[in-house]
Design a protein around this ligand. Sequence first.
Ligand code: SF4
Length: 241
Amino acid sequence: MTTEGPLNVARPDDERAALLVWMKDTLRPEYGERPLKPRREPLHELISTILSQRTTHADEEAAYQELRMLGDWDAIIAAPTEQVAHSIRRSNYPESKAPRIQATLVALRDSPGGYDLDFLRDLPVRDALKFLTDLPGVGIKTASLVLLFNYARPVFPVDTHVHRITTRVGAIPKMGEQAAHRALLKVLPPAAPFLYELHVNLLRHGQRVCSWHDPKCGVCVLKSRCDAHAQYGDQVPAWKG
Ligand code: SF4
């Protein structure tokens, strides 16, 4: 199987910005307008996002529900780590996630706001991101999800679908997921509803059309402006992110 070569290396920022606006507008008729409203409590979002890494949504949810059966957050901190790992066994890598979850909860418990994250609503975005990414188990994607989904802050979570599609289309050059957060945020409008809709609809598009191994370019609404399709036609190779 062939693999992707370098895509869209040279493209000015204003073109990248216009391309992202076009992608958002083009995906809306396919997947709908997506009003921004929190799907779960902030700390639930934070812990569930840690559980979601390399895990299906159903297993993530099952792991979270069983974790909460251990008791309140203090009880989860106090529980033996092996017991926490067992409770989240439906999630992949429970042995590494359990101590990260406990360490994150300890850091929150000992912070001025405790388990209440609502102060993030008013903190400057940069400081809010720093607070969350300073937590032991929290990376930029998780921090961005909590800030955007729960507090309508203008940040852009880059998951595997967002990363793959924005790279294939040519909104960013090929780079790692961490760097993609910065590169995309630099050219996206600082408007939470826009960022939310684009994120959610790219996720849908990645699940249904632009999959990592077998993108269905023939039925893709982004085809007319997609660098990968221009380069490979309907034989876009499997993604190696
Ligand atoms: S044209 Fe193909 S590679 Fe490009 S976004 Fe659509 S499905 Fe993905």
